[in-house]
Design a binder for this molecule. Structure first.
Ligand SMILES: Nc1ncnc2c1ncn2[C@@H]1O[C@H](COP(=O)(O)OP(=O)(O)OP(=O)(O)O)[C@@H](O)[C@H]1O
Length: 464
């Protein structure tokens, strides 16, 4: 059994360095240290290192100390980042290097000694991790949580962005006040302002009732702007003003109301690139990203898998089931690509835990991708819309003579389809209500609805 104890080592090592501009007349010719906090270099005055060069993009490149060396990432700049004449996108700098950003020559050198020790935590609220990258993030979150700083959380789908936001709220002095989620990805562009700031009755056609702004609902607490990158460009200045002035005015309203909310935001999109392409305003980006937290994909931190599995089984009320997860299973999990990240792992653990036979192995690996990869239930396998009978037994025609894994996937797919079709009917197509009843996140419910083409003729509704 793999060792999954966390909490013994609360410090990790990263390789740091320093950079400077080589031009004699540079505004800032001094060395800038590169630590575990990213240093953004660009023309925008809010960058940590500002370059006065018309060929440099507003937010051009980022340097950060990692375990592998200082990572230099071009942030989608127009004129590129070059090392020895080669345009680079994402590299690790290990030794003295000269690079060019736009027309600005820069120099990098590693620090001596190369390794910097930084604090790390094995858990933050409900989140656990073993990997140095996540434990460094937990350390950062524990420092940021008690403040009112805005935090921008980025990462692929299912990496835990919403969970981080909840955990930050719960670790803050605002914990007893509301935590309100606004899913910017599902706001129709024409209703963006009314959805963010509320509207008065009759303010526009269709505004039958007054609608309270989520900023007022969250007063004293935290507002979480999920999928911020999807916010329509024309409402971005209004959000920026609201954040800067800490007051809002509803659509059709006559006066401003002060609001006291802490703002957390998340996005799957690379917002910095969106800034460089003009799809996202740089001033709003810097206002929201006072602190940046980039959650690594699960495939980049596979050492977290055992502790996550153990935690998930514990949350399901059966931590001892971890003893029946074999090393082979954990190794298979660690080789998987995880397109759905921690959500995909949680899904597989839940299915494996529900289906496993008492006392036998908990075979999580055979339930991988039960959300993403399950084949559509075959129509040749019986026309009944419910292949799992009310007595719990499955008609033998469903699986007879078929390979076990394939048959199991089919049964699960049919179950998923029937479950979500019934749920959609009960909740009258309201995704938030479905999520509440199913005890799942809305994004997850939406993925199942899309997968099984439920509600595909009409838009799922998002009202709370
Ligand atoms: N470190 C962790 N420990 C335990 N559970 C986790 C962890 N990270 C994520 N999860 C679980 O994984 C699931 C997905 O997390 P979450 O919804 O926060 O992801 P997300 O990045 O916001 O996804 P999306 O971009 O699709 O909205 C949730 O059920 C969450 O509880």
């Amino acid at each position: 059994m793999l060792e999954v104890t966390v909490g013994t080592k609360n410090r990790v090592e990263v390789r740091g360095g320093r950079i400077r501009v080589l031009k004699a007349n540079a505004r800032n010719p001094n060395w800038v240290d590169i630590g575990p906090e990213p240093i953004i270099v660009g023309r925008n005055a809010a960058c940590q290192l500002v370059l006065e060069d018309g060929k440099v993009s507003a937010v051009h490149a980022e340097f950060v100390a990692t375990e592998q060396g200082v990572r230099l990432r071009d942030l989608g700049s127009r004129n590129g980042t070059f090392i020895a004449g080669v345009r680079v996108a994402d590299v690790f700098l290990m030794s003295n290097t000269k690079m060019r950003l736009g027309e600005t020559e820069m120099q990098f050198e590693p620090v001596r000694p190369e390794r910097i020790t930084v604090s790390a935590l094995p858990a933050f609220g409900p989140m656990v991790a073993q990997s140095p990258s996540m434990r460094t993030i937990f350390e950062k979150l524990s420092k940021v949580a008690p403040t009112d700083l805005t935090v921008l959380i980025t990462g692929e789908t299912g990496t835990g962005k919403e969970l981080v936001a909840q955990a930050v709220h719960l670790a803050s002095p605002r914990a007893k006040k509301p935590f309100v989620i606004v899913d910017c990805g599902s706001i129709p562009p024409t209703l963006a302002e009314a959805t963010l700031f509320g509207h008065e009755r009759g303010a526009f056609t269709g505004a039958v009732d007054k609608r309270l702004s989520p900023f007022l609902e969250a007063d004293g607490g935290t507002i979480f702007l999920d999928e911020l990158g999807e916010l329509p460009i024309d409402v971005q200045p209004k959000l920026l003003r609201a954040l800067a002035e800490r007051r809002i005015k509803s659509v059709g309203g006559s006066s401003y109301r002060e609001v006291d909310v802490r703002v957390l935001a998340a996005t799957r999109r690379d917002l910095v690139r969106a800034v460089n392409t003009g799809a996202f305003r740089s001033d709003l980006y810097f206002r929201v990203a006072q602190v940046k937290v980039e959650l690594p994909a699960l495939r980049q931190r596979i050492e977290d898998i055992p502790v996550l599995v153990r935690k998930m089984l514990r949350d399901l009320g059966d931590e001892s089931a971890y003893d029946r997860v074999t090393n082979e299973t954990l190794e298979r999990l660690m080789r998987h690509d995880w397109p759905g990240n921690v959500r995909e792992l949680k899904n597989a653990v839940q299915v494996a835990s529900a289906l496993h036979v008492e006392g036998e192995e908990v075979d999580i690996a055979s339930h991988l991708g039960s959300l993403a990869e399950t084949p559509q239930a075959s129509p040749t396998l019986g026309a009944s819309s419910s292949s799992v009978s009310s007595g719990g037994s499955i008609p033998a025609a469903t699986f007879k003579g078929r390979p076990f894994q394939e048959a199991k996937r089919d049964v699960l797919a049919r179950f998923e389809r029937d479950y979500f079709a019934a749920l959609a009917e009960e909740a009258k197509g309201n995704v938030s209500e479905m999520a509440r009843r199913a005890g799942m996140e809305r994004a997850h419910v939406r993925a199942y609805l899309r997968r099984h083409e439920i509600l595909s003729k009409g838009e799922p509704s998002e009202q709370e």
